[in-house]
Design a protein around this ligand. Structure first.
Ligand code: SF4
Length: 345
């Protein structure tokens, strides 16, 4: 099904690229702290940033925040159509609010018209933990789909179509099932996430499974990894998920390395970390292998553009699966750098 494209500032959600978003955890009313955090997020590649707007002070702060950052800002609002209007006036590019929860059809229509006139998109966010009573008897994924579609129909009745949908659950299987159902039922772009995913390690694993499974089925247009941690880490994790699913749209070096075993001759972990650091800014679509032994190294890293297979004192450098030369172990990094620079795909 072709997607509708929803413009959120300079980001086109639904155009085939998957954008990365995160959310500030500063007080939005603390303008300086919020700007500083958004700039950190921009630096690591965040393309959309959401800020909570729990009160009028926060809504008023948005104007100055928006004037000082480059990334489009999304206002996260619960229940209050007044805060949504104030955020729209402040210049946000999207509002996350549930139109069914803002006090009736009249207010929903007023808000939809207000946003439409200003070209501001809206995200409907259904959450497994807060479903209307009308849907509670259904299986959870079906209930979440129906709830999302109900909110969509409120907006469609107002002739408003710049809609992005999310239907997050903290249960990964429910989340996957819900998004599959929604993707089959409508053509609005989808914002993927596992909600309340937890602390860093567990949260990244859950998000990688939930978001990753859907991206591999070409479901999902923008992602947020939710962690009880620094939002910068959310963006880094989201990038890694996109890369692993083949959805990252910029050229980059992928480092693969062996798990090491009794045959290992070189410091694989330390060397792979050095190579990763060395390649962090290399904008070439390269797969670079760091393998611990010559016996299996070249064979096991098939598909790598170049790499090293460790020997006791000297190691083998290979390019496109073919041995090219032997170098002293202390020269591996220099040799790899040279090969990376020279490699022409
Ligand atoms: S590449 Fe060599 S050292 Fe690494 S895991 Fe395989 S056999 Fe062991």
């Amino acid at each position: 099904m072709n997607k509708r494209i929803v413009n959120v500032g300079n980001v086109r959600i639904g155009d085939g690229k998957v954008s990365i978003q995160s959310m500030t955890n500063t007080k939005t009313s603390d303008v300086d702290a919020t700007i500083a955090q958004i700039k950190q997020l921009e630096q690591v590649g965040c393309q959309l940033v959401r800020c909570s707007v729990p009160d009028e002070q926060s809504a008023e702060a948005l104007k100055e925040i928006i004037a000082n950052v480059d990334v489009p800002i999304i206002a996260d609002i619960h229940f209050s159509h007044k805060l949504a209007i104030m955020s729209a006036d402040a210049g946000v590019s999207k509002i996350r609010i549930n139109p069914g929860n803002i006090g009736g059809a009249e207010k929903a229509k007023y808000l939809a018209d207000y946003l439409k006139e200003r070209g501001i998109a809206l995200r409907i966010g259904v959450n497994g933990g807060s479903l209307d009573a009308a849907h509670k008897s259904k299986p959870l994924a079906v209930a979440m789909r129906d709830s999302a579609l109900e909110y969509v129909s409120v907006l469609e009745k107002c002739n408003f179509y710049d809609i992005v949908i999310s239907a997050k659950s903290s249960d990964v299987k429910t989340m996957i099932e819900t998004y599959r159902l929604i993707a089959a039922a409508c053509d609005y772009p989808l914002h993927l996430g596992v909600t309340e995913a937890g602390l860093y390690h567990t949260g990244v694993v859950k998000s990688a499974i939930g978001i990753g499974a859907l991206l591999c089925e070409d479901i999902g247009d923008t992602v947020r990894v939710s962690l009880s941690d620094d939002p910068v880490k959310e963006v880094e994790a989201a990038k890694d998920i996109l890369k692993a699913c083949g959805k990252y749209d910029k050229p980059y070096c992928e480092i693969i390395s062996c798990p090491t075993c009794a045959r290992t001759n070189i410091q694989v972990k330390a060397l792979a970390e050095q190579v990763e650091k060395m390649c962090a800014d290399v904008a070439k679509p390269l797969k670079i292998a760091v393998m611990g032994c010559v016996v299996n190294g070249i064979g096991e890293s098939q598909g790598a553009n170049l790499g090293v297979a460790g020997g006791k004192e000297k190691s083998a450098i290979f390019v496109d699966g073919e041995y090219v030369r032997t170098v002293n172990n202390e020269d591996i990094l220099t040799e790899l750098r040279k090969n990376i620079e020279e490699y022409q795909s």
